[in-house]
Ligand binder design. Structure first.
Ligand code: IPE
Ligand code: IPE
Ligand code: MG
Length: 247
């Protein structure tokens, strides 16, 4: 797989290969269907993350953004939120070790100020440890809201008008993303719902969308490979006439 890096339109380094963003939905329903408590579904979801990150590297994905916790997810029962936060800390440490071995850079996208100080420390550590990774950029979206990010970025502009590229970089900055990612190429949502749930609304302007009925704990590497094959067969036009794209 090529590990070449190229300058993005916003003059930041970007990882080669498509940007795939996944709404990892369905953990709770999967657990309920198996007679398990919802947190057991989230545990199973972490195992899927492990498999999918490895497969994404093999499949040549450049950036993989995983939606782990939305800002609206704070409204869930506090026991579920606490279980998720504990799980995130453990999973980040384990994932960082694997990322290091596989040349993957790991960063966390979203607000940090409402996370516990121990989770914030863990995030700082895993980002530092994996900083030299060049094979793939793995972004975990946590306490993430696309609309909140856009509101904060707009406030930071103080009335100044900027280019799309500059606004993209500003969005990354307000969400602590160290490596501004390119636009999303493919969104995959498991769990059967067909919506974005406040995920990467700006970056998904021309994203291809793929909605799957499988619950996240049931999603396997071959499903990712199939999704990528589907994506490669799509005809992306970015506003142009079909004849312009074919030439
Ligand atoms: C996605 O699974 C994980 C998080 C939102 C943290 P859900 O927990 O939303 O699972 P369902 O949709 O209730 O099945
Ligand atoms: C979106 O899933 C957030 C994550 C997967 C982390 P939700 O389960 O929170 O989304 P809705 O409520 O069904 O839209
Ligand atoms: Mg859900």
């Amino acid at each position: 797989m090529s590990i070449a890096r190229h300058g993005s339109s916003s003059a930041h380094a970007a990882f080669a290969g498509p940007h795939v963003a996944i709404v990892m939905d369905g953990n709770g329903r999967w657990a309920t269907a198996h007679g398990l408590p919802r947190p057991a579904g989230h545990e199973a979801g972490v195992r899927t993350v492990r498999e999918i990150v490895e497969r994404a590297v093999e499949e040549g994905v450049g950036t993989l953004t995983l939606y782990a916790f939305s800002s609206d997810n704070w409204k869930r029962p506090s026991a579920e939120v606490s279980a998720l936060m504990r799980l995130f800390r453990r999973a980040l440490v384990n994932e960082a070790k694997r990322c290091l071995r596989n040349g993957v850079r790991l960063t966390v996208l979203g607000r940090r100020d409402r996370l516990s100080s121990s989770l914030r420390e863990t995030i700082d550590q895993v980002e530092a440890v994996t900083v030299a990774g060049t094979r793939m950029h793995l972004r975990i979206a946590m306490d993430y809201s696309a609309r909140d990010a856009m509101v904060r970025a707009s406030a930071a502009l103080r009335g100044e008008s900027v280019s799309r590229e500059a606004f993209t970089d500003l969005l990354a900055r307000v969400d602590h993303d160290l490596v501004p990612a390119r636009d999303v190429d493919l969104v995959i949502r498991t769990g059967g719902e067909q919506r974005l749930s406040d995920f990467l609304l700006w970056e998904c302007a021309y994203a291809e969308l793929l909605f799957l009925d499988k619950m996240w704990p049931e999603f396997v590497g071959d499903d990712l490979a199939e999704a990528l094959a589907d994506f490669r067969g799509r005809n992306r036009r970015f506003g142009l006439a079909p004849e312009q794209v074919a030439s």
